[in-house]
Design a protein around this ligand. Sequence first.
Ligand SMILES: [Ca+2]
Ligand SMILES: [Ca+2]
Length: 238
Amino acid sequence: MDLDSIYQNIETEDVKNTGGPQIQSRSQDEGQTQKQRGRTCFVWMTVCLGIICVLLLVFIIVQHISITSERDLLSSYKNTAEEFNQTINSLQHKNTELALKKLKLEYELRKLYEHGKGMFFISSESKNWSESRQYCMDRGGDLVIIKNEVKQRYISSLVKERAWIGLTDIQQEGNMKWVDNSILSQGFWEETEPNDSGGEDCIEINPTSPVLNNWNDESCSSMRKWVCENVTSVPASS
Ligand SMILES: [Ca+2]
Ligand SMILES: [Ca+2]
């Protein structure tokens, strides 16, 4: 073997000895870089998924709040509509009742006007309450008893001056009783009456006051005209 061949072999060996590790190191670096990229990619995917999950959660919560609010609002509207309908029905019912009451009142008032003549007597002279009552009793009747609106309207239409009716609290102050001893259940008092001012125990109708508010308690000794009911004989002089 000559010298050139020996040198060539030495160089080839050197190349073989020095090239192997370099290639191995490069492929290890590439592997690590790929692993690093994989980890980075995984981290980003995880972050993205996390963000998507958070956004989804927020979306679901917002939707839930929105749906709950709308449901509450609808429920509120429904309740309001039901209350409104109930009010309308109630008003219609009351309106019907009032219309029927008015018809009944008109009918009974017309009946009284047609058949009431002769049932009641309005005096032309004046007496105190006891004398007035005695006058009616002497003729089979008594002072008038008024227990409903129809009769109140009718008697008020007959009375032109202040007149006694058959109501008094002379037996017990504040305990109003009719001459048939029944207790007063519905009164047609003037405003602020009865006031028992100075000891007033007998009741009169004041025709100058509104028809459903014209009663006043007055001193029983006052001289007034009077209204009898159910008298059987009416003298021409009174
Ligand atoms: Ca009194
Ligand atoms: Ca009075």
